[in-house]
Every structure is written in structure tokens, then in C-alpha cells.
Design a protein around this ligand. Structure first.
Ligand code: NAD
Length: 489
């Protein structure tokens, strides 16, 4: 195989300095890497859960021992503050640990009741690895986000080929190197990285993989699904969001303001489950806005959160702010002038029209829309009024669960921001334009496993076999009678 000559660079979004230079890998190189991963699949898939768990824990230990170095790399390549990089690592480590500790329990062979007609059978469900899983990731949480797929796919016994975002490739390469450094006994191919831009990701979808786990924009997710349909192979799509935060009439208003400001502006708003819309009930509106103003006075753009990682996102933010203001929204904080060269100051628009792009499309920047609503029911109706269905937040002292149950979302955090993202046992995913399938928790392990149903006849009942051309009339009549008596109502 001839090595590729074309390269690309990832840069520090705060300074423009080059962080790393990587090959743009061709379809042929991607295929070769996938074959290396396939070569390791029997070895890795053949280990006991305990053995795989040990490898995953050694990986987590290596990441932990070098956390300062990796956090610094995340800070440089993605632009987020160092503390946020450490927080991201901590959450990712929790997921590796959960997968390692729980895969056996959640994927162990289980016996199920065969039913009265098949009482002479043993019925079992066993979970097998799929083989090779291709993971394609974004740049906003370059460790935590892909780990929801990589960690769980590995724990379920698959080998993985990971295509990190072109904006955070050094972090992706670091993760795979750390796995191999921590596990020198493992053959090459358990966790491999391919580097490049969209075309390299597309090549991974067409390579000999058994599933694609994609996290990224809705637009790219649709292309990936179309590519995977050609074979077909299954996909998990973790896509964009437009998350709402509801401030109910009985909310702890100060805590809600804290969550709205953190959820909206942390990571420069570049969080798939970040808060983009707030619905506040009119009886607590003035108190809430005052609390938001107070919270905002503690936020310093460029320090509390970093620059925009992907420069082109600034134009989306500009269009949404423009639309919101044109639609009748009032600037409560910032405005078009807040959009700087690299860093965007916080922007909050009050009462923009619900049909404008700032309310309906993912902004992925440090902006919030805040809408005053009559009551909790109107808040729920408007929160459910986009095509997305990813995360959501509710502040209510008494009715948090009741409101949460009515939200069209994959996950909801009550009385605190983003709680669900930090609890590894909770499945994570979306509906509608936010995608489908689940990472994290038991559902996340099963997403990367193939259920294998086994029905074993333990003994034959003479004259009572139904699935044969030599079935007796007696067996047929008796089985019919049994089933009809059970279902006649
Ligand atoms: P993106 O869709 O631009 O890119 C994601 C990845 O897909 C990158 O690695 C890219 O190189 C690759 N890619 C691009 N074109 C491709 C193609 N045709 N075939 C295969 N791969 C291709 O997204 P992004 O800008 O990196 O990430 C931001 C988006 O990710 C936001 O919409 C955000 O909401 C979403 N996101 C979702 C979650 C979630 O869990 N739902 C988590 C984090 C980010």
C-alpha cells in the first residue's frame, strides 16, 4: 500500500497555532486499517468479559496517569478551558469503568420462558460482538463523546476503528496510542484510528465494518445513514439538538438561572445537550431575568469558555441572532457585536418569534433565547415544538417528574443541568432530527451486540411434535385448544 501524501493540520482555535499534522487517509488505507481490526476481532471477542475489563481498566489507568497531558492537548486543540478538559476526561473515564464493570452482567446469557406450546424447549438469548465497529466523532467533546461508542463497543467485545474529527485529530490519536501503550499484549487492531476529513469518514462507512456509530451534525448523519443503507449495516446516529430548559411556576429561580447560563454558555455553547432555549413562566419571569443578569456577571468569554472551535460556526450564530432580532426578539445581553474574531460574547434574546431559526435550528454557540409563557403547559408545548428531541432540563420543586414525562426528548435533567450526561448507567440518545439508537448504560452495550436466540429441544414428546409434516391430528387439535383457551378473552 502506498502511503498517502496529502496531509491536514489541526490548529489551536484560540491562537491559530498548528497542533498537529495528519495524513488524509484514502479509502484504500481505511480498508487496510479495517482489515487489521478484523484480524484482531476474534482475539478480542474471544477474551472473557473479565479479561476485556482488565484491558479497559488499564487503558483508563493510563489516561488517568497522563490526565494533565491529555487535558492540555484537549485545551489546545478544542479551545475549551483546562478545567473543562479535565471534567470531560473524568466523565469519559466513568464510562470506560462502567462498561468494563458491567458488560458481563448486562450481556450475560439469559434463559427465557419458552411458553406452553414449547415447554419441552430451553430458550436462551446470548449476546455476541458484532465484529468491527466504525466510530465517527465530532470535535466538541473529543474524548467524552466518542467514548460513548468506543468504550461500549470495546466492552461488548468488538474491535473499533475510530475516525476523529479533523478539528481534534491529535486527541483521537492520543486515545488509541494510550490503549496500545497500556495493553502491550493486545495485537494491533483492537482500537485503531484513521485520520482525515469527511471523505475518510465516508470511506469508513463503505469499508468492511459491521456497524457505524456516528456522532455529529444531523446533515452528516443523513449522509452516513444513506451510505450504510447500501450494504446494509446498522447505524447509531447521535445528532444535533435544540434543548429547552423550562422554568416552572414553582422553580428555584436562582438555580434555574445558574443552569441556564452554564448550560447555554459552557464550552461556548458547543454542546449537543447544551441549553439553547428557555421557557419561563410569567409569574417568575422578572425574578428569573434578574438572576440571569447576576449569573452572567460572573461569566467571562474567553476564560469561562473558550473560542469557537470550528470557525464556520460563527456564521450560523450570526444568522440566528439576526433572525431572532428581526422576528421581534429583544437583546437582553449582547447582540451581533458580540461575535468576535475567535470568541463570541454571551448573547441572550428575549421573546423571539418561535418560528425563527434561532428557536428552530441548532445554533451551537454561546446564545440563548428566553421566552415568557403563560404556564407550565405552554412551556411543555413550546419545548416540544422543534424537530429535535435530544436533551431537556426542568426546574420545578414539585412537578419536575410530571413535566419531564411530557417532554419529547431522549433525556431530561431535573433541578440541575446536564445530570443525565454524567450518569453512565443512563442510556443517551435522541429522537427525530437528533437521531436514534442509544449509547451509555445497558442499552449502549446492547447497541454493540447481536442477540443470538437459541431454542434447544430438551426432550421430544412422542406424538406431539408440531413442526413436522408428520404432525398428528391429536397434536394439532390439542395445541389449537390450548392456545384458543389462553387467548379467548
Ligand atoms: P460534522 O457532522 O460536521 O462532523 C462529524 C464527523 O463526521 C467528523 O469526523 C467529520 O469528518 C465526519 N464526516 C463529515 N462528512 C462525512 C461523510 N460524508 N461521511 C462520513 N463522515 C463524515 O459534525 P461536527 O461539526 O464535528 O460536530 C458538531 C455536531 O455534532 C453538532 O450538531 C452537535 O450537536 C453534534 N453532537 C451530537 C452529540 C450527541 O450525542 N447527540 C454529541 C456531540 C455532538
Amino acid at each position: 500500500m502506498t502511503a498517502t501524501l496529502e496531509t491536514f493540520e489541526s490548529t489551536n482555535p484560540a491562537t491559530g497555532d498548528v497542533v498537529g499534522s495528519f495524513p488524509v487517509q484514502s479509502a484504500q488505507e481505511v480498508n487496510t486499517t479495517v482489515e487489521i481490526a478484523r484480524g484482531a476481532a476474534d482475539w478480542w471477542g474471544g477474551l472473557s468479559y473479565k479479561e476485556r475489563g482488565k484491558h479497559l481498566k488499564r487503558w483508563a489507568a493510563r489516561i488517568t496517569q497522563n490526565a494533565d497531558e491529555l487535558a492540555e492537548l484537549i485545551h489546545k486543540e478544542n479551545g475549551k478551558p483546562l478545567e473543562d478538559a479535565h471534567l470531560e476526561l473524568a466523565l469519559a473515564l466513568e464510562h470506560i469503568g462502567w462498561g468494563a464493570n458491567n458488560a458481563e452482567k448486562k450481556l450475560k446469557s439469559e434463559s427465557v420462558f419458552p411458553g406452553p406450546l414449547m415447554a419441552n424447549f430451553e430458550a436462551r438469548i446470548e449476546y455476541r460482538p458484532l465484529g468491527v465497529v466504525g466510530v465517527i466523532g465530532p470535535w466538541n467533546y473529543p474524548v467524552y463523546t466518542p467514548m460513548g461508542s468506543v468504550g461500549y463497543a470495546l466492552a461488548a467485545g468488538n474491535t473499533v476503528v475510530f475516525k476523529p474529527s479533523e478539528y481534534t485529530t491529535a486527541v483521537g490519536v492520543y486515545l488509541a496510542d494510550a490503549f496500545h501503550a497500556a495493553n502491550p499484549d493486545a495485537p494491533r487492531g483492537v482500537l485503531e484510528v484513521v485520520t482525515g476529513k469527511g471523505a475518510t469518514g465516508a470511506a469508513l462507512c463503505h469499508a468492511n465494518v459491521d456497524k457505524i456509530a456516528f456522532t455529529g451534525s444531523t446533515a452528516t448523519g443523513k449522509k452516513i445513514m444513506a451510505a450504510c443503507a447500501e450494504k446494509p449495516i446498522p447505524v447509531v446516529l447521535e445528532l444535533g439538538g435544540k434543548d429547552a430548559l423550562i422554568v416552572a411556576d414553582d422553580a428555584d429561580v436562582k438555580a434555574a438561572a445558574d443552569a441556564a447560563v452554564f448550560g447555554g454558555f459552557a464550552n461556548a455553547g458547543q454542546t449537543c445537550v447544551g441549553v439553547e432555549r428557555v421557557y419561563v413562566v410569567e409569574s417568575v419571569r422578572d425574578e428569573f431575568l434578574a438572576a440571569v443578569k447576576e449569573e452572567l456577571s460572573h461569566v467571562k468569554a474567553g476564560v469561562s469558555y473558550g473560542p469557537m472551535t470550528m470557525p464556520s460556526q460563527k456564521e450560523v450564530v450570526r444568522r440566528h441572532v439576526e433572525d431572532a432580532l428581526k422576528s421581534g426578539g429583544q437583546a437582553f445581553a449582547g447582540g451581533l457585536d458580540s461575535i468576535g474574531d475567535r470568541v463570541i460574547e454571551p448573547v441572550i434574546i428575549l421573546d423571539a418569534d418561535e418560528s425563527c431559526s434561532a428557536v428552530q435550528e441548532e445554533t451551537f454557540g454561546p446564545t440563548l433565547t428566553i421566552k415568557t409563557v403563560k404556564d407550565n403547559d405552554e412551556a411543555i408545548r413550546l419545548a416540544n415544538g422543534t424537530e429535535f428531541g435530544l436533551g431537556s432540563t426542568v426546574f420545578s420543586k414539585k412537578n419536575g417528574m410530571k413535566i419531564a414525562r411530557q417532554l419529547k426528548a431522549g433525556q431530561t435533567s431535573i433541578n440541575a443541568p446536564l445530570g443525565f450526561a454524567a450518569i453512565p448507567a443512563l442510556p443517551f440518545g435522541g429522537s427525530g432530527q437528533s437521531g436514534f439508537g442509544r449509547i451509555h448504560g445497558e442499552a449502549g452495550l446492547k447497541e454493540f451486540a447481536r442477540p443470538h436466540s437459541i431454542a434447544r429441544q430438551r426432550f421430544a414428546i412422542p406424538g406431539f411434535a408440531l413442526l413436522t409434516f408428520r404432525r398428528t391430528k391429536f397434536a394439532f387439535d390439542l395445541s389449537k385448544k390450548i392456545v384458543h383457551s389462553m387467548h379467548q378473552g
